[in-house]
Ligand binder design. Structure first.
Ligand SMILES: Cc1cc2nc3c(=O)[nH]c(=O)nc-3n(C[C@H](O)[C@H](O)[C@H](O)COP(=O)(O)OP(=O)(O)OC[C@H]3O[C@@H](n4cnc5c(N)ncnc54)[C@H](O)[C@@H]3O)c2cc1C
Length: 508
């Protein structure tokens, strides 16, 4: 049974659900800043408690249900209210576009469509979200954008490593460009910073170092952007107890939910007559340009699927090609109000012998930590699992209790640090580790584009893909038409060939 949540922590004039126009217009709060600065963000109190999970998923369905968020990021997930419109809202203009999914993929696609279209032909865009605004993986992730050393080393050639690293560097630049242009940096804690890949196991470190050293000798480009600290200095340089080596690379960190919802707020302010947001509106099926929802069906000439893990719910041939996979993250804060020193200034991937965690320290000294995947009990509990309302068992979550920071970092022994929130989210996993970007590769989905299947790395992949998809949609192009212009990676293009026809690993 779908559950609708009302938010009481907004002043009445900012309750989007109270707006009844067919195209959303949000009253703008007066700016307390310089007149040229964007108005301040909606500062809201976190909810006192999180709603209980409801049964999930519906049998045999790959769609997201309207489950409440169980354990969001450190503060209120729903700090932008719902904006539910009446079922009578219908797309009429032949130029209109529908975007399904309000995570970073959907939001950045919307941003580029509205920002790049000429004013005289700017389309009206409807954004559909099955649940609360931005309630999928984007709201639950660690906000860590980088390509880690293990991913680079896993590539087959130096050329592939160069391309992957260059692509991610482009994404970081693009994210920075947007947050600076839109004045979102402080609110979403955006920072371009250094990141450490820290190894605690000599053999694993040596494997990475072997590939890295060979690349340095050959003058491969990717290795020039990475430094290495060996066993003698690794502990001191990283602060990680027992570190035997650390690779240092560029990264960006930010609060993805705040970035995604901040972008929407900017767009609503700038193009109020061109945006219509329909939250709590599951698109149940697509049929020759018709979107079916429990609140009626409507036609859109162009449709973008930004549905990530849930894509097979709308395009069944992606069953087994983009597979929902559950992941876990937490927020760790010191038990007392003072910052803990040493204050962590870089982000981390820490390769414990059983597997890797990543850590994204926030400006206030608290840390978002994700990973722990080697502890997930059985394949059923995390693989092919859509249920982001049900957390892992407490023994899995205990990975981050019991003195995680105290045991891992020099100087944190007396910090009293522990998780104040642990949550799960659903990623869209692909066999080849690449997302699917471009026209949906089947005739019956003419006029439908997609960007989905970002595995555990959407923050490092989405920004450029979304810009490219916006151009494809506006100019009726495909992946091959724009891939060079945007520097898209070869393997990102979706195609019939990449569809896993046997449905292996998919929803039964
Ligand atoms: C715990 C966790 C930690 C992570 N940490 C990181 C990290 O640190 N760095 C990183 O790069 N990546 C990380 N990721 C991965 C990253 O979160 C994703 O790659 C990224 O958020 C995908 O964004 P998206 O917009 O494509 O999908 P989502 O944010 O999942 O958005 C898809 C949206 O579509 C909606 N939707 C789906 N189907 C329908 C439908 N039929 N009708 C209407 N709405 C629909 C969903 O409700 C959802 O809101 C993490 C993921 C998890 C789960």
């Amino acid at each position: 049974m779908a559950t609708k949540h009302t938010h009481h922590y907004l002043p009445a004039q900012l309750q989007w659900s109270s707006v009844e126009s067919s195209f959303l217009s949000l009253p703008i709060p007066p700016s307390h800043n310089h007149p040229h600065q964007p108005p301040p963000f909606l500062k809201l109190q976190p909810p006192k408690s999180y709603p209980s999970p409801t049964p999930y998923p519906p049998t045999g369905s790959a769609n997201p249900t309207n489950t409440p968020i169980y354990a969001p990021h450190p503060t209120s997930l729903n700090n932008v209210p719902s904006c539910i419109h009446s079922a009578s809202t219908i797309l009429t203009s032949p130029g209109d576009i529908a975007i399904i999914g309000s995570g970073l993929s959907g939001m950045l696609t919307l941003y580029h469509i509205l920002s790049t279209a000429p004013a005289h032909s700017r389309p009206n865009v409807m954004l559909f979200e099955a649940r609360e605004l931005c309630s999928g993986a984007t709201a639950r992730n660690g906000g860590h954008a980088k390509v880690k050393i293990a991913t680079l080393v896993g590539k087959e050639s130096g050329g592939e490593r160069d391309k992957m690293q260059a692509y991610v560097a482009g994404v970081i630049q693009e994210l920075e460009r947007i947050v600076v242009a839109e004045g979102l940096g402080e609110e979403c804690e955006f920072e371009v910073r250094r990141s450490l890949d820290v190894f605690l196991h000599e053999g694993e470190c040596e494997k990475m170092k072997g590939v890295y050293d060979a690349a340095i000798l050959k003058g491969e480009y990717w290795a020039r952007n990475i430094d290495f600290v060996g066993a003698d200095e690794a502990e001191k340089a990283s602060g990680v107890k027992g570190a035997v080596g650390a690779f240092i690379c560029p990264a960006a960190s930010f609060w993805p939910y705040k970035l995604a919802t901040g972008i929407l707020e900017v767009l609503i302010r700038r193009f109020p007559e061109h945006i219509n947001v329909q939250t709590n509106t599951l698109v149940t099926s697509l049929e020759h340009g018709i979107l079916h929802t429990p609140r009626g069906a409507l036609h859109s000439e162009k449709i973008v699927l930004a549905t990530n893990a849930w894509t097979a719910g709308l395009v069944p041939s992606f069953n087994g090609t983009i597979t929902p996979v559950k992941g876990m993250a937490c927020h760790i804060a010191p038990s007392h109000p003072h910052p803990v020193f040493p204050h962590l200034k870089t982000t981390y991937n820490i390769y414990f012998p059983p597997g890797a965690d990543y850590l994204n320290p926030r400006p206030d000294g608290s840390i978002v930590v994700g990973g722990g995947a080697w502890l997930f009990p059985s394949k059923d509990s995390w693989y092919n699992n859509f249920n982001d309302a049900q957390r892992f068992a407490s023994d899995v979550e205990n990975h981050w209790r019991d003195g995680y920071m105290q045991n891992t970092f020099l100087g944190w022994e007396d910090s009293g640090a522990g998780p104040d929130s642990v949550w799960v989210g659903i990623m869209g996993s692909t066999d080849d580790g690449m997302p699917h970007v471009g026209r949906v590769p089947e005739d019956e989905y003419k006029g439908v584009w997609m960007l989905a299947g970002f595995n555990g790395g959407g923050m490092a992949l989405i920004a450029t893909a979304a810009k490219a998809v916006a151009k494809m949609v506006l100019e009726d192009l495909g992946f091959e038409d724009v891939k060079d212009e945007f520097g898209l990676l070869e393997g990102m293009g979706t195609s019939g060939r990449r569809l896993n026809k046997d449905g292996r690993g998919g929803v039964e």
